[in-house]
Unconditional design. Structure first.
Length: 404
């Protein structure tokens, strides 16, 4: 949770806020006064309490039990809400619900899988919504080699990150240890993910438990963070997606973003300067493999093909399009690191309109198939292209039985 607090502070620190030595030292609990009124009220309100953001060298939170009511030095308390419903829950969430759309009101019903946090200092109120908190927690236990404390410590130190090759204009952040990437999500993508998430959790956990190959870059958390500054009347809200950094601990010589399309999929570079500083696209790869093919061993080819075909079928069955295969070549080991990214966007009416307009050739494209097509067609094109991009290492059986 301290990691989420730091994200809120990172978002807030870019505004015209009076500087302090430590923003967390001025946090105030919005529920501590109510909790001190009577022990019976504390017992009845099982969905609210006090959390601690304690920055010690050991990374452990202090004991804030009901019996211990004194203020801990160096600890920061925050009011939190978990799956509240009814009148009390509506009153506690009124501050944020005024800014949310009608779709967010549905999340206040019984059985809400999301967790909401609110905390404040002398100048501003902060809040954080953790989407599918329990589901993401269980999935991280399955797929991460490290424990939850390491994940929290990574999120507690984030920096703005300049994504190369992206066209969405979304803000990116990276954890200071380079383990995770955070991407800003537009509201439409958030809603798409909320509908898609239960299927995603089941697919990933099943693949890991049954040891089935998958190339999906793992999404490890989705959050909404924001603040309201009472001093200068400013506010900000961000929806953030946390995903693994595929290239963590590696030095990449070249990076490609591949969709299987040849329409506007070329980056102009100077010859001999195609380094990892530039994310190359499909046409760049095709030009390169004419002289330097990407050969992989037969068993690697089989695993890669099975992963891509299985993942693409799963995504198309949920109307997901516009995903890419991110490929990096390690400069030291000469290994290929791959992962499917950007698999959130569904085939909505605006994408259908884009497909129709580009198919007519009004916007150019020289008769090439548009990048955005129906989910089934996108899957077929994507799988066929990846099969052609990565070639199997020739062996003495290659070409046997083929007439010259």
């Amino acid at each position: 949770l301290y990691g989420i607090f730091h994200l809120c502070w990172l978002c807030f620190s870019n505004t015209d806020r009076p500087k302090t030595n430590s923003p967390a030292r001025h946090l105030e609990s919005s529920s501590s006064q109510g909790n001190r009124s009577s022990d019976s009220e504390q017992t009845s309100r099982k969905t609210s309490g006090v959390l601690s953001f304690f920055r010690g060298s050991g990374g452990k939170s202090p004991d804030l039990s009901i019996q211990r009511k004194e203020t801990l030095r160096g600890a920061d308390s925050a009011y939190y809400q978990v799956s509240q419903s009814g009148k009390e829950g509506a009153e506690n969430q009124a501050a944020e619900s005024q800014d949310d759309g009608d779709g967010d009101k549905q999340k206040k019903q019984l059985g809400n899988p999301h967790v909401e946090l609110q905390f404040s200092d002398a100048n501003a109120k902060f809040y954080c919504r953790i989407y599918y908190a329990e589901e993401f927690h269980k999935m991280r236990e399955v797929i991460l080699a490290s424990n939850e404390d390491d994940f929290i410590r990574s999120l507690s130190h984030c920096l703005p990150w300049q994504a190369r090759g992206g066209k969405s204009g979304a803000a990116f952040y990276a954890t200071e240890d380079d383990r995770f990437i955070l991407k800003q999500m537009p509201r439409l993508e958030v809603q798409s993910f909320l509908d898609f998430a239960p299927h995603y959790f089941n697919y990933i956990t099943t693949a890991v438990q049954q040891k089935r190959p998958t190339a999906l870059a793992k999404i490890l958390g989705v959050y909404r963070i924001g603040y309201k500054n009472s001093q200068n009347n400013t506010e900000k809200k961000l929806d953030l997606l946390v995903m693994e950094n595929l290239f963590y601990g590696r030095k990449m010589a070249q990076v490609f973003d591949l969709k299987g399309s040849l329409r506007n999929r070329n980056v102009k570079t100077e010859t001999g300067k195609e380094t990892c500083d530039v994310v190359l696209l499909d046409e760049n790869l095709l030009k390169m493999i004419r002289d330097n093919p990407l050969y992989i061993r037969s068993h690697c080819k089989a695993v890669l093909r099975a992963s891509i075909h299985s993942d693409a079928y799963f995504l198309s069955s949920h109307l997901i399009i516009d995903y890419s295969l991110l490929v990096g070549r390690d400069d030291i080991t000469n290994e290929l690191v791959v992962g499917i990214i950007d698999y959130i966007r569904t085939f909505t009416w605006d994408k259908k309109l884009e497909m129709v307009v580009k198919s007519t050739g009004i916007l150019g494209g020289q008769g090439k198939m548009p990048t955005v097509v129906s989910p089934e067609l996108y899957r077929t094109r994507f799988c066929e292209a990846m099969d052609k991009y990565f070639l199997k290492v020739p062996e003495h059986w290659t070409g046997l039985g083929v007439s010259c």
